[in-house]
Design a protein around this ligand. Structure first.
Ligand code: SF4
Length: 305
């Protein structure tokens, strides 16, 4: 199948068979996200999805793990999602788990019976964009949930035996608020117990609404050093048992390990990289391309001259 979009999935899913069932993200409003802004959201027809299953089967594929794409695949209407899960089972009865990204509201709109049905049909991991532990940050970034809703949705996932994994983003609270966010997020994660936490750490694009906030001063980005300090504080405060994976693409740093067993080792790595950071502040800035948004002028908002 010809893929439309930008592949972005948790590293735990790297060996899964990626099966797109839609193009883009049905939500597509998070202020920092540029993954699917240039795409018109649409569901892929069953025939196209089935054709892809046939192609993989005929090529000798027998995936144990399937990842449904794209952004927020769990938001599909329940009947359609159930039909897709059943179709997957027909072609690949040996498939052990079907995983996907979800938003909090895409969970809250399901009944308990539906969540149990998804589990019976093979759904296991749902990756939630938790991002921050602070309600005002979630609202500013136009996430589709607040903390109360996230607690409720995750409680219901646990009840249905579905596994919850958290995507988070150091730097999302902006300059000077990393410690506050780390404390709030640690409390949230310790209470909600995700199986995995993936920190994609904030990276800044010109092609997203957040860039306008940077230009008008309503969002001041944190430097990469602050992001690392936030991550260090978060890991210090974590008591839940989980696999943690943190990326900082811009400075090519990754801290990964099983908590609490690897905590000291991970903190030592962070300590080392923080000490080695140059005095000049660096900001995670990724130049992207997005034809459908107004191009913001170049400039040096990321640089501390
Ligand atoms: S739900 Fe995920 S993919 Fe969709 S806009 Fe938000 S961050 Fe991007």
């Amino acid at each position: 199948m010809e893929y439309e979009g930008q592949i972005c999935r948790a590293p735990m899913e790297r060996s899964a068979f990626m099966l797109p069932i839609m193009v883009g993200c049905s939500y597509n409003r998070c202020r920092f996200c540029n993954l699917f802004r240039h795409l018109k959201y649409r569901e892929l027809p069953f025939e196209k999805i089935e054709k892809e299953l046939v192609r993989v089967k005929n090529a000798g594929g027998n995936p144990r793990r399937i990842f449904l794409g794209d952004g927020n695949a769990f938001a599909q209407e329940s009947g359609r999602l159930i039909d897709i899960l059943k179709m997957i089972k027909r072609y690949f009865p040996g498939c052990e788990e079907i995983n996907m990204d979800a938003t909090v509201t895409s969970i809250l709109k399901r009944s308990d019976a539906e969540l149990e049905e998804f589990y019976k049909l093979g759904v296991r991991h749902l990756y939630l964009g938790i991002e921050s532990g602070l309600d005002d940050v979630l609202a500013f970034m136009e996430k589709d949930h607040d903390q109360g809703q996230a607690y409720e949705a995750i409680g219901r996932l646990h009840q249905a035996n579905l596994i919850y994994d958290a995507h988070i983003m150091t730097g999302v609270a902006g300059k000077g608020r990393g410690m506050e966010n780390a404390c709030a997020l640690a409390e949230f994660l310790n209470q909600t117990r995700p199986a995995h936490v993936v920190n994609f750490s904030m990276f800044l694009h010109k092609e997203v609404p957040l860039y306008q906030n940077i230009l008008d001063g309503s969002f001041i980005p944190a430097s990469e050093k602050e992001n690392l300090e936030e991550e260090r504080r978060l890991i210090e405060l974590m008591t839940a048992a989980l696999l943690y994976d943190g990326f900082h693409d811009f400075i090519e740093f990754r801290v990964r390990g099983r908590l609490p067993k690897d905590k000291e080792k991970m903190l030592a790595r962070l300590e080392h990289v923080i000490k080695e950071m140059p005095e000049t502040e660096t900001y995670s800035y990724v130049q992207g391309e997005c034809p459908d948004l107004e191009r913001c002028g170049g400039g040096s908002v990321w640089q501390n001259n």
